[in-house]
Structure formats: C-alpha cells, structure tokens
Design a protein around this ligand. Sequence first.
Ligand code: HEM
Length: 162
Amino acid sequence: MLSEAQVQMVQDSFTKVAPIADTAASIFYDRLFTIAPEVKPMFANADMAEQGKKLMTTIGIAVKGLTNLEKIVPTVQNLGVKHLDYGVKKEHFSIVGEALLFTLEKGLGDDWNDELKEAWATTYQILADTMIDAMEKATAEKAAGKGFMEKIKDFLGLGEKA
Ligand code: HEM
C-alpha cells in the first residue's frame, strides 16, 4: 500500500521525468538490455522510440491513477494479458523494475533519495502484481479451456488417442 505522502512524492517526481521522457526511455532500455540481454529478442519487432513513448505514457497514466487505483486496475490487467503474447514471464518483472528504478535515479539526479526509491518501488510492485495476477488467471483459464475442449473431443471420439 502507498501512503498519501508517497503518492504525492511519486506524482511530483514524475512531472520532472516527463519532460525528459525520450532520454528516460533510452536510459531504461539500455539498462534493461545490459542487465538482461536475454529479453532483447522479445523487442525484435518493436520500434524502440515508439516503445519508449508507450512505456512513459503508461507509467504517466498509472502514476496519475494512483489516487484512484480501482479505476486503472482493468487497464493494467488487460496490459498484463497482452504481455503473455509478448512472451513475458513473471520473473521478468523484477528485472524491469530494477531498470525503472535505475532510470529514475539517473533522470532525477539530486532529487532522488531512499524515500522516493521506496515509494516508486511500491508503485511498480502494485502495477507488476496486478499484471502478473491477470497473466496467471488468463493462463489458468486458457489451460482449463483447453482441458474442456480435449474432453469434448474425447466424448465425440475425436481425440488423438481416443
Ligand atoms: C509494470 C510493468 C510494465 C508496464 C507498465 C509495461 C508497459 C507496456 C506497454 C504500454 C506496452 C505497449 C503495449 C501496446 O502496444 O499496446 C508494452 C509492450 C511490451 N512490453 Fe511491457 N510493460 C511492463 C512490463 C514488461 C516486462 C516485465 C517485460 C519483459 C521484458 C515487458 C516487455 C514488453 C514487450 C516485449 C512489449 C512488446 C513490444 C513490441 O513488440 O511492440 N514489459 N509494455
């Protein structure tokens, strides 16, 4: 959970990062691909400048939405499900979180401190947990759906090994 003071802190600091969004996005991806080169192929089809803009816009929307979290939850859940198609796994979230905190530290310079780090880490965790929950749920539903279809096929005698 975020306190009101933490929400304020995160929102204020983001207004300082927003004007340098392009720089921040490039710091972010440089850092991400340095600490986790294995995720690079996932972005093979992405226009990185465009991707960077989307990332910053989304973080901006999320940061704005912190005062009214319930409102942004469905959007964040949908974003999570989309990430399944990109091949993103649960374990990638901590790496992305690290790259994000690194980016904020570099982008904010003297304004960065432990308190702000804690507030941003919690913010990211809330987003990541919401996305991961939705991804797990979608995966489970897909598996259940597949099981159901297999049962129907078996029932109709259409199964591969009936
Ligand atoms: C809170 C965490 C995250 C946020 C807010 C976020 C945000 C976004 C957004 C807004 C998009 C664009 C979706 C669209 O085009 O409709 C996107 C795409 C993508 N994200 Fe994330 N993301 C997060 C975590 C991750 C993680 C952990 C990974 C794993 C490395 C990842 C990898 C990707 C990839 C591969 C794409 C698609 C690139 C493309 O081909 O266009 N994201 N993300």
